[in-house]
Design a protein around this ligand. Structure first.
Ligand code: HEM
Length: 180
């Protein structure tokens, strides 16, 4: 994944737990990269390793680390240079989620080698919809949940997210039932 992702994990950890915790996490993950460059590609294993090590060092389940990271990504990371893009995604939670299938395509100019997830929406109602999340990567379901929770906060819309169909249980992809 692009360095932007690892940088954001670093920022979340150092802001919440200090620079020493981050050094411990990098040590534990066996990562010797001094500075992650946002626009450079890194092995996905580095990102997974950092999440696993953060879970150990901070004493939190990996799901919680990923959920927190999803919220952090929406509420903090996207503020730095991507506010226009986020605003163009929609002015309500429903609109934003409905536009999600096209979202990462707009980033391909900045990140030409992006391997983004795919999204689809179905059963769109006044106060709920089903969000389909398709990825070649495994294990990022809690990150996705955190992203949706973060969007709820961004739009000041209390939201409930339920994993209705799980890839981990053999389904083709994850389906989230999102209610607000
Ligand atoms: C300005 C906003 C955003 C930027 C700059 C951005 C950028 C990125 C980047 C660089 C990656 C790593 C993929 C790679 O390097 O190949 C990524 C992955 C991902 N993004 Fe975004 N993204 C944004 C918003 C969102 C939003 C709003 C969602 C969903 C609510 C989302 C969902 C994901 C997920 C789930 C992944 C993990 C990769 C996977 O599942 O395969 N992103 N994004």
């Amino acid at each position: 994944m692009y360095g932007m992702v690892n940088r954001a994990i670093e920022e979340m950890v150092t802001t919440g737990f200090g620079a020493e915790a981050w050094e411990k996490i990098k040590d534990k993950a066996g990562v010797d990269v001094e500075v992650f460059v946002s626009s450079e590609g890194y092995s996905d294993q580095i990102t997974y390793g950092l999440i696993g090590a953060a879970s150990d060092v901070l004493g939190l389940p990996a799901e919680k680390v990923m959920e927190a990271f999803g919220e952090y990504w929406i509420l903090e990371t996207t503020k730095r240079g991507y506010s226009d893009l986020m605003s163009s995604g929609g002015s309500t939670l429903k609109e934003f989620l409905s536009n999600l299938p096209n979202f990462h395509a707009r980033l391909s100019m900045i990140f030409p080698h992006l391997a983004p997830p795919e999204f689809a929406v179905s059963n769109v109602n006044e106060n709920s919809l089903t969000l389909h999340y398709m990825s070649n990567r495994a294990g990022l379901t809690p990150f996705m949940k955190g992203l949706i929770m973060g969007l709820g906060k961004m739009f000041e819309t209390p939201v409930q997210v339920e994993l209705a169909v799980a890839k981990a249980s053999g389904a083709d992809h994850d389906e989230f039932f999102v209610q607000w």
